[in-house]
Design a protein around this ligand. Sequence first.
Ligand code: NAP
Length: 368
Amino acid sequence: MGTMGFIGLRYMGRFGVCPSRFGSLTLGSRGIPRRAVSALVFRAHGDPAEVLRLEELELPALGETEVKVRMLAAPINPADINMVQGSYAILPSLPAVGGNEGVAEVEEVGAKVDRLKRGDWVVPSDLGSGTWRTVAVCAETSLQRIPNRLPLAMAATLSVNPCTALRMLHDFIPLNPGDFLIQNGANSGVGQSVIQIAASMGVKTINIVRKRPELEALIAQLKALGADHVFTEEDLRKPALNDVFKDAEPRLALNCVGGKATVDMLRHLVNGGTMVTYGGMSRKPVTVPTSALIFRNLNIRGFWVTQWKKDNAHDPSRFDAMLEELAALCRTGRLVSPALSEYPLKDYREALDNAMQPYSSRKQLLVM
Ligand SMILES: NC(=O)c1ccc[n+]([C@@H]2O[C@H](COP(=O)([O-])OP(=O)(O)OC[C@H]3O[C@@H](n4cnc5c(N)ncnc54)[C@H](OP(=O)(O)O)[C@@H]3O)[C@@H](O)[C@H]2O)c1
């Protein structure tokens, strides 16, 4: 099995990531279960194949300000794996249900719920929601409505990777049509969103991927999404590539990988340019040459979409506007979900195993 990257510093305290009962468990049975919920539960951190179990849980009664939702589909993202392994920046109290992203349909609302109604499609607004389950009862405030005319796979994967891509393209430097950016891990879910959203802005992308047996197919796949250039990490070190960068000096670099891959990318960034690190898939520290800071005045930044959501939680219309902007791109065919393999919840072991393989360029989606 491969390993997954992680972001940020390890935080080992008991972190209250489950403000609602979406992410917490009602285990055991005081009284007769109202309705059984199937969920992928972990009671200890470790290898996901070992510690995750499909369990039947009791569904708590619906409170006045709560909503009962039926999960439709939930992806397996690197952060989900890291959370189960215990290596993510924030960790839930155990036992916990796995999964942080997904789309659900509202089935029932409490008497004081006014923002959501039966039939709405919703996504969790924070981490630790425990989306790998069939049904949940959760606070209205822990959910964000999304347009329900989106394809299911897109809806299930809209609230993390495309949001991350959009924010990194909007919030760091002003990008104009014709500008270039460079990114590594370009075939990741985030990378594929970056390619498409950048293309919709007229921004050109230089995309770095790892060498693999079916490289030509991957290059064709990324170009079909709108990638302008696709190179391997090894290509990036070849002097021949300097010609490409003569007319295409990137002003923004997006770093999914860390380690040495960062140095290679920084070499091509324009003086005064900005690199945003959002992932650490190589599990190596980000390497920045001293000269890049002293003589080239590069800006080295980081981004975490979870923090953006927390910082903007006081005004849900900002999250709404972001989802609407992305949904508009989906409706016009300018943003599609990454290639996906779908699994029923009971086949979670196979899905997890595939999610941890290198060179797949596919998301694994649990469909409930
Ligand atoms: N900061 C944020 O707000 C935020 C939000 C979303 C995601 N992320 C992070 O972004 C990263 C990508 O997430 P995702 O959902 O887009 O992932 P994904 O779709 O599962 O793709 C994983 C990517 O990582 C690459 N990779 C795996 N191991 C690698 C290694 N050892 N060296 C170099 N590349 C490697 C894969 O390339 P191959 O095809 O070559 O294996 C693939 O491009 C993760 O670290 C995730 O935690 C951060």
